[in-house]
Design a protein around this ligand. Structure first.
Ligand SMILES: [Zn+2]
Ligand SMILES: [Zn+2]
Length: 179
């Protein structure tokens, strides 16, 4: 059971709330636009961002931390929705991951919203902070090329290209240094 309850349900975009963490602002600020974009993209591709899929995406945008399906259910209940069965949330997550709106972090068995709509074969590097739980995702052309050379030299066809790094983010690193 992860205990990421530090932010409770103060996930409104209340900028007066003093978040010490830079990830939070970034993420919540992108939410309305990203959800709108996801809606449009689904429409254009003959898919539907159903209310449950949208709720799941909103739950992930309400925090900068990766959430498990169970954490998401709690968030949705806190936001006023009825309690969904885990299988329902997993189905919504399958859709969101498949279509590039959400990433699954294998090392945490948790999910993060992706505002960048990365393609499944794009190399994404995650930097996951052990202290604040913040997740930053970055792309690297150099790394992407090197990884292609490496996998090709092994005759391997990657379905997914995700690298997860655990450690301390720039913010938390400064704080531990100062202490
Ligand atoms: Zn992404
Ligand atoms: Zn941190």
């Amino acid at each position: 059971m992860s205990k990421h309850a530090a932010h409770h349900h103060d996930h409104s975009h209340d900028h007066s709330h003093d978040h010490s963490c830079a990830h939070a602002h970034d993420h919540a600020g992108r939410a309305p636009e990203a959800i709108r974009a996801a809606e449009l993209w689904c429409q254009e591709h003959g898919l539907r961002l159903t209310p449950i899929r949208q709720q799941a995406l909103e739950a992930l945008y309400a925090t900068h931390q990766p959430l498990s399906a169970y954490d998401m259910i709690d968030k949705m209940v806190a936001a006023g929705a009825k309690r969904l069965a885990p299988i329902t949330v997993y189905r919504a997550l399958d859709f969101l991951v498949e279509n590039g709106f959400v990433h699954r972090l294998a090392s945490r068995n948790a999910f993060v919203a992706c505002p960048f709509h990365h393609k499944p074969d794009e190399l994404v590097v995650f930097m996951i902070c052990d202290h604040c739980g913040g997740v930053d995702e970055v792309l690297s052309d150099d790394l992407s090329k090197s990884l292609s050379v490496l996998t090709e030299s092994h005759g391997f066809a990657p379905r997914l290209r995700i690298i997860e790094c655990g450690g301390a983010c720039a913010h938390c690193r400064d704080q531990t240094k100062a202490a």
